[in-house]
Write a new protein. Structure first.
Length: 282
């Protein structure tokens, strides 16, 4: 049974049906992308109940007395730029780091395969919180630059500068917040212990890409060491963000800084390298 007759009408119906089919496919793909890759779906709820207050997720940087109210659905449910315009790092306009505009979501590390993930340290006491940019389709900046004829090297440079700026800001703020009193929250992961490290053939050493390693230089006084630990925890999430967005297990690269006061060093990733006692990264 036909609803119309004639070649012209048949062609029109075919085009309509084709358009509808394409639209349906686009909507289906969009819906799939919004909830993450098939092998690593976004979590509908990440279990941040203890951080909810007044309809917001309350974030307080480690070692700081300042709190920030973030949306209650922060990181949950679907892929979006959850950090966009949120303080203290992503409300800086053009000076905000590149990852502020990238889509990501919380994921179940035990149910994810085929995509890179990273552990978050945003919320103390929540040690099993992982996130992924890759499951949301975010591409590392170098790959995007290398595969495009329209992206200038200056764009790559600007992205790197924004990462450096955000890392520096976190370190300086931690120093300011803890300059007078030392926070008991300022604990660190020892670089030399290499907790959770596994052998990576490309790196030719044991590494843990989910962790930041801290080496406290022998001979420094206790307060200087703990202050270095505070700065390590403060910059840790920024390092993890950059690593989650930009790193690949087969690509070798480090993020690190040295504390001028104590001569201590903080590095991503945590690795099996352990400096000699007389090593001075300054």
């Amino acid at each position: 049974m036909s609803l119309c007759s004639g070649k012209r009408c048949s062609l029109g119906m075919s085009r309509t049906m084709l358009t509808a089919a394409v639209l349906f496919c686009q909507l289906t793909l969009s819906a799939a992308q919004s909830s993450g890759a098939a092998t690593c779906r976004c979590m509908k709820w990440s279990g941040l109940d203890s951080y909810l207050s007044g309809g917001f997720v309350v974030y307080r940087p480690i070692g700081s007395g300042t709190t920030y109210n973030w949306p209650a659905n922060y990181g949950n449910g679907n892929c979006q730029a959850h950090d966009n315009n949120l303080p203290p790092m992503c409300d800086q306009g053009a000076a905000s780091p590149g990852w502020c505009m990238d889509s990501w979501c919380w994921v179940d590390i035990n149910s994810c395969t085929g995509v890179s993930t990273a552990r978050s340290i945003l919320f103390p006491g929540k040690d099993d919180l992982y996130f992924s940019y890759e499951t949301c389709g975010s591409v590392d900046t170098f790959s995007a630059w290398a595969s495009s004829s329209s992206l200038a090297a200056s764009g790559l440079s600007s992205t790197i500068q924004s990462y450096l700026f955000s890392s520096r800001s976190q370190i300086e703020q931690a120093y300011k917040d803890n300059g007078g009193t030392v926070s008991l929250e300022c604990i660190w992961t020892d670089l030399c212990g290499c907790t959770g490290c596994t052998t990576n053939a490309d790196w030719n050493q044991q590494i843990n890409m989910a962790e930041i390693g801290t080496w406290l230089r022998p001979g420094s006084n206790t307060d200087a060491k703990r202050l270095a630990g505070c700065m390590a925890k403060a910059v840790g999430d920024t390092y993890r963000r950059v690593a989650a967005k930009e790193s690949r297990s087969s690509a070798i690269g480090y993020q690190y800084f040295s504390d001028q006061l104590s001569g201590s060093m903080i590095q991503w990733p945590l690795s099996s390298w352990c400096p000699a006692n007389d090593y001075d990264p300054r």
